[in-house]
Design a protein around this ligand. Structure first.
Ligand code: FE2
Length: 349
């Protein structure tokens, strides 16, 4: 057996036959290519294999006491030995017996009297097949693990890039430090409460993280301005929704990422912007982000005021139900507020 036939390892054969001459012939036939253990009965063979590993069993059909089929059954029943290929050694054998052998799980047959070269060819073929099969399974597992690792890495890269982008947006306004990440967190919490599965929650998280990305395209002086905005300035600010959706629109793997950016300033009563959508016409993730966004805007400090007390925030969300917010998601936000007895869920910086 050459190295390539069995992965560079010397295979171990177990031969079970009550005939000494047969065992001798088998040992001789494989002396250059395998380790051979010979035993003279089924029970001896089973005892050996309980303690050792074999790559293949050569098993005599007719033996006194426990015959070959009995041994085969025991081997196939035991999980540890069930996969070991078994070649049955037969003298005169009927078609019935032969098919019985196959049914019980024999891999092949070798007829007596042995012709060493034929026996070697059969054993090589079986071992080679076994090796390839084992190797293939191993290779499939290895490739699958590699692909999963790559996918995980690219997901992690996406997550880190999205967070870096979110930080870039927030850096434009000193007073919105961490805003995007908090909105993403709250939006995800609402989505979870709404019964969304993990995948949907994750998508809403990213939509929340990048909802204000369009602010990159708005002058910093307008974003940080604390006095009243004139009409032009107000329009520029509003444009962040459209700029954001344009920036995100071409991310082919995640086409609805732009939805949160475009529609998070829509109002449930239709008085929002940029498309003046109302009710369920506003994409669902945007309705969720709208509540999360407002919650964070109220609970965190701004250039012109400190974060508001929890009861004031609660009252504002309650008031906005059905006008500013989808009542369903406003209610879920109210639940979160009510459970947050110590008012931990806010920006404390
Ligand atoms: Fe916004």
């Amino acid at each position: 057996m050459t190295d390539s036939l069995y992965g560079g390892r010397t295979p171990h054969l177990l031969a079970i036959d009550d005939d000494d001459i047969n065992l001798l012939m088998i040992s001789r036939a494989f002396k250059n290519e395998a380790e051979v253990t010979t035993v003279k009965s089924g029970p001896e063979g089973l005892a050996w294999i309980a303690e050792h590993d074999a790559d293949l069993v050569m098993l005599d059909f007719r033996m006194p006491g426990m015959d070959g089929i009995d041994v085969l059954r025991v081997l196939k029943k035991d999980q540890r030995t069930a996969e070991i290929p078994v070649i049955m050694l037969t003298g005169d054998i009927s078609v019935e017996l032969e098919s019985k052998g196959f049914i019980e799980g024999a891999t092949d047959f070798v007829r007596k009297p042995f012709i060493p070269e034929v026996m070697r060819q059969r054993v090589r073929r079986v071992l080679r097949y076994e090796y390839l099969q084992e190797h293939l399974e191993h290779e499939v597992k290895r490739q699958t693990a590699l692909a999963e690792k790559r996918l995980e890495n690219s997901r992690e890269l996406f997550r880190e890039m999205a967070i870096a982008l979110a930080k870039t947006i927030d850096a434009k306004d000193n007073y919105t430090h961490g805003h995007s990440e908090r909105v993403a967190d709250y939006a995800k919490l609402i989505s979870k409460r709404a019964g969304d599965d993990e995948e949907a929650q994750k998508r809403i998280y990213y939509m929340g993280l990048l909802h204000d990305i369009g602010k990159i395209g708005v002058a910093g002086t307008i974003i940080t301005k604390t006095s009243r905005l004139d009409d032009d300035e107000y329009q520029s600010i509003q444009a962040h929704t459209i700029i954001g959706s344009e920036i995100l629109r071409n991310i082919s793997q995640f086409p609805d990422l732009s939805v949160g950016a475009r529609s998070h300033h829509e109002r449930y009563d239709g008085k929002g912007y940029p498309d003046h959508l109302a009710g369920d016409a506003i994409p669902r993730p945007a309705r969720i982000i709208a509540v999360a966004d407002t919650y964070d805007a109220m609970t965190s400090s701004r250039s012109y005021r400190k974060g508001l007390p929890q009861d004031v925030v609660r009252a504002e969300i309650e008031k906005g139900k059905g006008t500013q917010f989808d009542p369903k998601f406003a209610d879920l936000m109210l639940q979160l507020i009510d459970e947050d007895k110590d008012y931990i869920m806010r920006d404390e910086s």
